[in-house]
Design a protein around this ligand. Structure first.
Ligand SMILES: NC(=O)c1ccc[n+]([C@@H]2O[C@H](COP(=O)([O-])OP(=O)(O)OC[C@H]3O[C@@H](n4cnc5c(N)ncnc54)[C@H](OP(=O)(O)O)[C@@H]3O)[C@@H](O)[C@H]2O)c1
Length: 311
């Protein structure tokens, strides 16, 4: 079966896509289709549909998106809403037109209300106001979730929307202007050690709590749910554990064996105070996370050292 199934993986060069690609190879899938953004811009409807018609995939995992941390999301809100709505709409609609039965669409925990009851269940979607700093991304992703839901209802599809918590791992974005908080903390503490700086700046108060999941766990979830028959189209994927941003900074500082003082730059917003996902549904359906933070961080740092040098 794995010789025959043609899987189109979008965004294969990204954090999540590269881990999914590795897993598909490891699991023995032989017909994995990928294409670089410079050859196919998924924001282009005609080119996207033409490509789908050419390759005729059996299943699709959409890991392509415009992604970034709190500042990138806020400053480039227009790009975030446009790019993401275009990419996902073109991919989902092309799946429909070319009769793809199985699709995994990736969203994010930012789709849930800012002051949601914790841990957040899937049915809390659209139950309250969104966090302003990531509203554009959230609105785009909610459109994708609803699109899949309606396509499943009307066209009898099995399109799944996985909502992951914050993800970290090899191949992350370490650009301090556009990255998520966790790779930013790794880079800042690493640089402080390298330059023998005693202070490290953290954006905001350091108090918001975040849930982290190692990227290979998410890749496993994507593959697990791609062919899973279920009536549920919206499924949370997380580790079920949260810590404050300061706590994560302390953990990284310990791993890097470097003591430093954290300075809080309150010019930057905190974002949502908490966004811990309730992962009971994914567990009930048979998936659970396997890699704890300590192990995931070791793997992440190994790759970071390979690219940046060990200190
Ligand atoms: N990172 C997280 O913490 C996190 C958390 C929850 C959910 N997610 C979700 O997981 C998915 C993947 O995120 P990620 O962190 O892996 O992002 P990423 O590292 O930025 O990768 C995104 C990928 O999408 C591709 N892409 C972007 N715009 C494109 C376009 N117009 N046409 C074709 N390809 C395009 C990029 O291509 P290039 O490499 O050529 O730029 C890249 O390969 C997203 O849906 C995101 O919302 C991520």
């Amino acid at each position: 079966m794995k010789n025959k199934i043609k899987i189109f993986l979008t965004g294969h060069r990204g954090l999540v896509g590269s881990s999914i690609f590795k897993l598909l190879k490891k699991k023995g899938y032989q017909k994995i289709i990928t294409i670089e953004k410079k050859e196919l811009d998924l924001r282009n409807q005609k080119q996207t549909l033409d490509f789908f018609k050419k390759i005729r995939p059996h299943a699709v995992i959409n890991a392509a998106a415009k992604v970034g941390g709190i500042n990138a999301n806020e400053v480039n809100a227009a790009n975030f809403i446009y790019d993401n709505i275009m990419i996902q709409t073109n991919v989902i609609q092309s799946c429909l037109v070319t009769k793809v039965k199985n699709l995994v669409f990736l969203g994010s925990s930012c789709v849930y209300p800012k002051f949601s009851i914790q841990p957040i269940k899937e049915n809390y979607l659209l139950g309250g106001k969104l966090e302003k700093t990531n509203e554009a991304m959230a609105v785009a992703k909610i459109s994708g979730i609803k699109m899949c839901e309606y396509y499943n209802q009307q066209f009898n599809k099995q399109y799944k929307c996985l909502m992951p918590s914050n993800i970290y791992g090899p191949n992350d974005n370490y650009n301090l202007k556009t990255s998520h908080f966790f790779p930013a903390l790794i880079k800042k503490i690493y640089l402080a050690k390298k330059k023998k700086l005693k202070k490290v700046e953290i954006w905001g108060t350091g108090k918001p709590k975040r849930e982290l999941l190692f990227v290979d766990d998410l890749a496993n979830a994507c593959l697990f749910f791609l062919f899973k028959k279920t009536k549920y189209s919206l499924i949370n994927i997380g580790s079920g554990r949260e810590k404050s941003i300061t706590k994560y900074a302390e953990i990284i500082s310990k791993k890097l064996n470097y003591k430093c003082k954290f300075i809080y730059n309150k010019k930057y917003p905190d974002g949502t105070p908490r966004k811990l996902l309730n992962i009971n549904l994914s567990k009930k359906l048979g998936w659970k996370p396997k890699i704890n933070l300590s192990k995931g961080l070791d793997i992440t740092l190994e790759e970071f050292f390979k690219k940046n040098g060990r200190i």
